[in-house]
Design a protein around this ligand. Sequence first.
Ligand code: SAM
Length: 247
Amino acid sequence: MNGGARERLVRGDPALYDRLAGEWWEPRGVFAVLHWLAAARGALVPPADQAGAVLVDLGCGAGLLAPHLAGKGYAHVGVDLSAAALRLAAAHGVAAVRADVTAVPLADGCADVVVAGEILEHVPDLEGAVAEACRLLRPGGLLVIDTLAATALCRWLAIGVAERIPRIAVRGVHDPALLVDRAALREACAAHGVALELRGIRPSMRDVAAWAVGRRESVRMVPVGTTAVLFQAWGRSADGRATVHGR
Ligand SMILES: C[S@@+](CC[C@H](N)C(=O)[O-])C[C@H]1O[C@@H](n2cnc3c(N)ncnc32)[C@H](O)[C@@H]1O
């Protein structure tokens, strides 16, 4: 069963992550796509430029980003609502903080990098989450986001299609009303001194085919010419450099 098809479906219910806790670290399980996205997200994080650097991972889940930060020199702090996910994250070296991403009990400017991977499309208060992410960033710190766009194409592909394909998206995981308006995201970040760049990404179809028949363990995310479905975004808080690692 793909995510509890026979249970009453409450779209976007965060309790889903507690129910499916056993799936988090299964590279071929229902959260497989999150593993692929974590690798793509990690590639946007440069090595730390100072000793004691901190990366705050908002909506960290079970800490799937941790292997992709290895050797980069950050203390990895993860914030999430799911106690079960946080226990797994802690077992992967993440300092776990149980909190809502709109009210994080961490100090202003404590983070060299703030990451918000596949979380903003789960949060009813987009502006509140962005304000909190930017509050945590030190001047010049880097914000890295990936999320789903509030478009008809995304609603069709990410919910209508993907939720019908086993292991690609858990049924009911996304509430179409919470998909992220790209202009509103840019505006909210700009209001807090972070100018965002966006790029669309998608899974490599060749890799997906190889993964589906067991010939690959993971799938690479590749750039695509539209940000209308799945996109990454990044920017530095005022006073920072304008580029990220590898770009
Ligand atoms: C799609 S998962 C992404 C997890 C992780 N970032 C990754 O990519 O592997 C969304 C996560 O956000 C958490 N979450 C949802 N709403 C939240 C909120 N308001 N505050 C904190 N965490 C939240 C869920 O518990 C879940 O772990």
